[in-house]
Design a protein around this ligand. Structure first.
Ligand SMILES: NC(=O)c1ccc[n+]([C@@H]2O[C@H](COP(=O)([O-])OP(=O)(O)OC[C@H]3O[C@@H](n4cnc5c(N)ncnc54)[C@H](OP(=O)(O)O)[C@@H]3O)[C@@H](O)[C@H]2O)c1
Length: 332
């Protein structure tokens, strides 16, 4: 796969974890990259890379239409994620309305290919893992619900046929630059991690650089338009194995403390009700505990077959690199 030099590419979400890795890779391959960023985004690193940064409110149709051009490819990576945005209206404005604006403006401007970044979260709880792209939708929270609505807009544009559209659905993304998996790394590094339940549920991750390769393939391969692809790591594990591997990466003993699932889940339901009834956000809530009971394992064979996607960084190596980055940043 080789990016043609001088291709004009638009990336949204280029100041985020995945988007920044993608923008860096595109620049390294000789593309001319434009980023639509918020006025509040930290854009200095992108500017230093040579990315043309434009302040665009993607929630505003007129602003998007004003700045959209005939890019060769658009990678729409921006999203409102769970922890940052509590409000359903804001989730919808970013994950749905903005996606619609970008698709419409790109089509009007004659963009060649549009890659929309969705999430496996649109499939919610997985029955009979691993799940393929055809597993039913079952979004479980405002983030997943609005990501599904955004994906449906991309699929409508795909079916309309006036622009090449591809949807990618990453599985949990980790690697240098991520902070979400600190929730696992930190307690394990401090030897305070407690497994709730058996730890035998399945968990699947994608190393960020592998994901970026997959996103680029979705933007460039002839077989990609009109398709939805799950992009994940080469293998999944149980939570028990994953926490053991993280402990190895951190050079600490594997976690051993385990508590039963049912009473903790019940406590989370009660805690959630009590805190919400007085208008406070609960420290413990069911979705947090359900992390320990829901299988997340996905079949990536469609991306392998049609895109030639092949994750290269094995889990042990990816976790080592992530632990190293957390250490360098003094996050653990
Ligand atoms: N992380 C995961 O495990 C995971 C798993 C599956 C799918 N995904 C999907 O993968 C993509 C990348 O995820 P990530 O974790 O790398 O994202 P991230 O680090 O949270 O970055 C999100 C990006 O979206 C931008 N953004 C947020 N709200 C915006 C708004 N109102 N207007 C314009 N831009 C806005 C952010 O800009 P600022 O810099 O200004 O905040 C940032 O550049 C997303 O589409 C996400 O839904 C993520």
């Amino acid at each position: 796969m080789s990016q043609k030099h001088d291709e004009r590419v638009l990336v949204t979400g280029a100041t985020g974890f995945t988007g920044s890795h993608l923008a860096r890779k595109l620049v390294a391959r000789g593309a001319r990259v434009t980023a639509f960023a918020r006025a509040s985004s930290h854009t200095q690193e992108l500017a230093d890379l040579g990315v043309e940064v434009r302040t665009v409110d993607i929630r505003d149709w007129a602003d998007v239409a004003r700045h959209m051009e005939t890019f060769d490819r658009v990678y729409h990576i921006a999203a409102a994620f769970r922890t940052q945005h509590a409000d359903m209206k804001e989730f919808r404005r970013v994950n749905v309305d903005a996606t619609g604006h970008l698709l419409e403006a790109a089509r009007d401007q004659g963009v060649r290919r549009f890659v929309h970044c969705s999430t496996v979260g649109v499939q919610g709880e997985i029955e009979n893992p691993p799940a393929t792209e055809e597993h039913p939708f079952r979004p479980g929270d405002p983030y997943q619900t609005t990501k599904l609505e955004g994906e449906m807009l991309a699929r409508e544009a795909m079916d309309a046929g006036s622009m090449e559209v591809t949807v990618v659905r990453p599985v949990g993304i980790y690697g240098p630059g991520d902070r979400r998996f600190l929730k696992l790394f930190r307690p394990i590094s401090r030897r305070r991690f407690v497994m709730i339940g058996s730890g035998e549920v399945l968990y699947h991750l994608t190393y960020v650089e592998d994901l970026v390769e997959g996103i680029l393939l979705a933007g460039e391969q002839a077989a990609a338009p009109g398709e939805v692809f799950t992009l994940g790591g080469a293998r999944y594990t149980t939570l028990n194995e994953l926490t053991r591997l993280i402990a190895d990466a951190l050079e600490v003993p594997p976690p051993r403390v385990r508590i039963p699932y049912a009473p903790v889940h019940l406590a989370s339901v009660v805690c959630d009700r009590v805190f919400r009834s007085v208008g406070l956000s609960p420290p413990l809530y069911p979705r947090r505990v359900e992390f320990f009971s829901k299988d997340r394992a996905f079949d990536i064979s469609k991306a392998r077959k049609l895109l030639g996607y092949e994750p290269r960084v094995d889990l042990e190596e990816g976790l080592r690199r992530t632990a190293q980055w957390y250490r360098e940043e003094e996050l653990i």
